[in-house]
Structure formats: structure tokens, C-alpha cells
Design a binder for this molecule. Structure first.
Ligand code: NAI
Length: 281
């Protein structure tokens, strides 16, 4: 198998590169996906697995009309170009999506086939990209949430704030589960091995929690009092902060389809404990 990882220096891309050590790792400097000529002109000879972890992921910045062209170029047009490469080469395209394609207003875990109703520009762009991927015979679309890997993420931010003596306001009415990038990469390897195309929700397992619950675990691990996390509602958090994209209140994805393949994601609390133990102080 000849694999290529796109977005290789992002959180998910780094985990994929570790999980598929023989894959060709490409980031923006090696191949700018917003340049159709570069994508068409790239040497894809022999490639049979395209792992696309590249995306425009700044959810709030995506709301700014000045960035809309770039969001569209990376999250939709580039996905179409990669789908074209996969189709021409008979390769499998693995792509990542988000619970932001849903409005998160329904209660309970969200199944893969729930109605798509994005609240934000980013969510809409991911939904549009998803349609291009699922039109392919050979595809894997993994919808995930709250990713933690190498690089900037919520857990690192909270650990930094804890270490600096800050008492942050954190929302306690958005509920979901963390997903560690290495778990996502392990799921990709498992699903590629099975060779069954389709859309799968893929997050860590365990009891869903709010961002404030996660922040409290991080604070405790850094030796701070969890009560230093100021629990606020989304309405309180967003008041006076301009330009924030609306977030779905329910980010909990149903894992039944993934688990039916024999893949058991780690409980997010177990994975978080291990991650926190590895974070430098
Ligand atoms: N981070 C999260 O919490 C979540 C992420 N996802 C999805 O998971 C996937 C991976 O996300 P992360 O690794 O967290 O993102 P990231 O922001 O850490 O990495 C994105 C990568 O895309 C690359 N990239 C951006 N524009 C590019 C361009 N024009 N050409 C080539 N490469 C370009 C960046 O250089 C970076 O390496 C994305 O599809 C994202 O939408 C889904 C749900 C939650």
C-alpha cells in the first residue's frame, strides 16, 4: 500500500504519520491544496490511499467574510480535487469531518445519518466537503469532535492557564467527548484494514462531559483547585465577545457503527489522564 498524508503537520496529520510510518507526509509547504495546478501536477503515481487531514480549522476566523474564500478553497474545492485524484487512480480517500455539520440541538448521541444542519461557516464548509467525499465509491469519512493531539488544543490551553494561575471562564452547557488524535489514527488503520467504505463517527468513548468538566480534570492534574474553573453558560461566555461562531450544544456522536466494526475507542478520561501525564510542566 502506498499512502500519502495531507495536512501532515496538523494534530491529526501527525498522528496519522506516526500510525502510517511509510506514508509520504505532505504539508502546505510541500503541496498547497488551494492551488489546483499543484494538486493536478503532483506525482500521485502508485498512490492507493489518500489520508486528508488538511483543513481550515479556525472556526471563529471562518466567520469573517475576509476568510470565506480560503475556507471554501481548503475545505471544499481542495476536497473535490483530492476526490478527483482518488477517482482517477482507484485510490481510497480518507477524510475527516466534524459534529459542526449538525446543529446539536437534538438530545442524545448523534448518529451518522442525522440531518445535516450547520450553524457556522466552518460547519457548512465541512458539510459541503463531506458530500464530495461520500460520492466516491472508495472513501472513509470519519466525523470527530474535540481533537487533542500535538499542537494547540483545549487541554493544552487549560494546562497553560492552570500553570499561570489564571481562573478561566469555561462553558458548562456544551457537551461532548474528547478525541485523542492517536485514537483517531488507530481507528483509521482499523477501518482501512477492513476495507469497508462509509461514514463513521469516531471519538473517544465514555460518559459525555462539558468543556468545564474537562477543564476541571486538567486543573486538578496541574495541582490547581478545580473550583478555580469558573463555570459559565454559552450565553454568558459569548456576551460581549464579537465574531464567535455558534457552537452546537450537543457534540456527542453515536459510536455504535464504529464499535460494530470491532474497534473500541478508549474512554476519554483514561486517554486524558495519560496525555496529562505526558505534558511537560
Ligand atoms: N481539531 C478539532 O477539534 C476537530 C477537527 N476536525 C477535523 O479533523 C481534521 C484535522 O484537524 P486538526 O488536525 O485538528 O487540524 P489542524 O489545524 O491541527 O491541522 C490542519 C492542517 O491542514 C493544513 N492545511 C491548511 N491549509 C492547507 C492548504 N492550503 N494546503 C495544505 N495543507 C493545509 C495545515 O497546515 C495543518 O497541517 C480536519 O478535517 C478538521 O476539520 C473535526 C472535528 C474537531
Amino acid at each position: 500500500m502506498t499512502a500519502v498524508v495531507l495536512g501532515a503537520r496538523g494534530q491529526v496529520g501527525r498522528a496519522l504519520t506516526r500510525r502510517f510510518p511509510d506514508a509520504r507526509a505532505l504539508d502546505r509547504t510541500a503541496l498547497d491544496l488551494t492551488d489546483p495546478a499543484a494538486v493536478a501536477g503532483h506525482d500521485w503515481t502508485g498512490v492507493d490511499l489518500l489520508l486528508n487531514a488538511a483543513a481550515y480549522t479556525q472556526v471563529d476566523a471562518a466567520q469573517d467574510p475576509a476568510n470565506r474564500h480560503l475556507v471554501q478553497a481548503v475545505n471544499v474545492e481542495a476536497v473535490g480535487a483530492l476526490a478527483g485524484v482518488a477517482r482517477d487512480r482507484g485510490a481510497t480517500l480518507v477524510h475527516f469531518s466534524s459534529e459542526y455539520v449538525f446543529d446539536g440541538r437534538a438530545r442524545g448521541p448523534i448518529p451518522e445519518d442525522a440531518p445535516v444542519r450547520p450553524l457556522s461557516v466552518y460547519g457548512q464548509s465541512k458539510a459541503d466537503g463531506d458530500r464530495l467525499v461520500t460520492a466516491l465509491d472508495r472513501h472513509l469519512l470519519l466525523r470527530t469532535t474535540w481533537v487533542v493531539g500535538e499542537g494547540r488544543n483545549f487541554v493544552r490551553t487549560m494546562a497553560d492557564l492552570a500553570d499561570r494561575g489564571v481562573s478561566p471562564a469555561v462553558v458548562d452547557d456544551q457537551v461532548g467527548r474528547l478525541t485523542f488524535a492517536e485514537d483517531l489514527a488507530a481507528a483509521v488503520a482499523h477501518l482501512v484494514e477492513r476495507g469497508e467504505p462509509g461514514t463513521y463517527n469516531c471519538t473517544c468513548g465514555g460518559e459525555p462531559a462539558s468543556w468545564a468538566d474537562v477543564a476541571e480534570v486538567v486543573f486538578a492534574a496541574r495541582g490547581r483547585d478545580p473550583r478555580d474553573v469558573r463555570r459559565v453558560s454559552t450565553a454568558e461566555y459569548t456576551a460581549g465577545r464579537a465574531g464567535l461562531a455558534p457552537r452546537p450544544p450537543n457534540s456527542v456522536l453515536d459510536l455504535v457503527r464504529l464499535e460494530a466494526t470491532g474497534f473500541r475507542p478508549r474512554d476519554w478520561r483514561t486517554a486524558l489522564d495519560a496525555y496529562l501525564a505526558s505534558l511537560p510542566r
